[in-house]
Design a protein around this ligand. Sequence first.
Ligand SMILES: NS(=O)(=O)c1cc(F)cc(F)c1
Ligand SMILES: [Zn+2]
Length: 262
Amino acid sequence: ACSSKYVLSQMHPMWQGPLAVPGGDRQSPIDIVVRKSIFDSELKPLVTKYDPQTCQQIWNNGYSFLVEYDDTTDKSTLQGGPLQDKFRLCQFHFHWGETNSWGSEHTLDKRLFPAELHLVHWNSDKYSLFEEAVMEDNGLAVIGVFLKVGKRHEGLQKLVDALPAIRHKGSVVEFTRFDPGCLLPSNTEDYWTYHGSLTTPPLTESVTWIIMKQHIEVSHDQLAVFRSLLFTSAEEDVQKSMVNNFRVQQPLRGRAVRSSFT
Ligand SMILES: NS(=O)(=O)c1cc(F)cc(F)c1
Ligand SMILES: [Zn+2]
């Protein structure tokens, strides 16, 4: 699995404060000003090849819940799009709010969505481990998908049903045969892309972000189960609901946001 310890040790809901990032001029998330994005005809459609058999576990890391994949082979990969290399899927997770009015990390013309899915991949052409790739400027590729509240997402339900078993920080359960492709929108040709960072500590500037133009829909009840998770472990006496686990938008610092569509 992709260094979940790495993610666990770095994430904490209270860190949103003044954490100084040395020379942070490509931080994430950002507001995507749609009319300022630049169409690039060289941008290709995404090519995802996900093998559900590589799905291993789902766990609560105290900031979100992660579905982790076996990334010891190139069985679940992302290529194409803005990418020159092949990237291996290591995990996906979400960010969400306490209400449906906010929760996403990226915004479109300042518009907030109730939640955002992140599918995290690392460059397996250049590196042999996630931990190495996360330190390099073209090490990671993260697909971001906005969630809207509407009809129930049938594919998501298997994941929602597993959440009560991982209510507390640190809990893990086996989770197999889940195809993350079912969480992608039908249109994966239209996206924005820019160079940014992890949105949680260590905030390393190693991510090629690919933000899908088309959102997916989940039901109000499905999202409510996300909010039933806890930031806190079973031992702690004050239980805190896992909500608002998103970072605030960061300065663009002159970066270009390219679009694959006009
Ligand atoms: N939220 S994010 O996708 O930028 C992300 C991915 C990751 F693999 C580790 C992190 F700490 C944060
Ligand atoms: Zn994320």
